[in-house]
Design a protein. Structure first.
Length: 153
């Protein structure tokens, strides 16, 4: 039995890279996870970025969908922060689509974008320049372009 446990332990941890073993999820808040995903995406450290994205979705996707269901339009700017899970998970899905595109994983990128567009379409992302932008609109444009490109291939 000890041998089986040792083999299982070895299999689980051998699949984790040293970078992922050292990953810091901070306070596990959606804002922290999304911020770290953006940072790692900017560094083109896609494996780490995906780990933050996946953790954000794992913890907050259900809440994000509940927040989406409570809206019939985009929240006004003064209320947008009340929809923190929707905004952060939506942003994470946009980052996921972008990094999958950069890796040439178009089918997977389309899947991430479509979840954002069709399930979390009222997500808003705060731009440090002082306004909210709508990641589902950008994702819809990418879906259109990627699907058009696929027709040309």
């Amino acid at each position: 039995m000890k041998k089986i446990h040792a083999v299982l332990f070895s299999l689980v941890f051998s699949s984790l890279t040293p970078a992922l073993l050292a990953q810091d999820f901070g306070d596990h808040s959606s804002a922290t996870l999304t911020g770290k995903a953006w940072e790692e995406y900017g560094r083109e450290n896609f494996e780490m970025a995906m780990a933050y994205i996946n953790r954000c979705k794992e913890l907050y996707l259900k809440t994000a969908k509940e927040q989406q269901a409570s809206l019939s339009d985009f929240a006004p700017a003064e209320k947008a922060h009340d929809y923190w899970a929707l905004n952060d998970v939506g942003t994470s899905l946009f980052i996921e689509g972008q990094l999958l595109e950069k890796q040439g994983k178009i089918k997977e990128a389309l899947e991430a974008y479509k979840v954002l567009v069709f399930e979390l379409g009222f997500a808003q992302t705060w731009d440090p320049k002082g306004w909210f932008w709508r990641p589902a609109e950008a994702a819809a444009a990418r879906v259109k372009q990627l699907e058009f490109d696929a027709l040309l291939d």
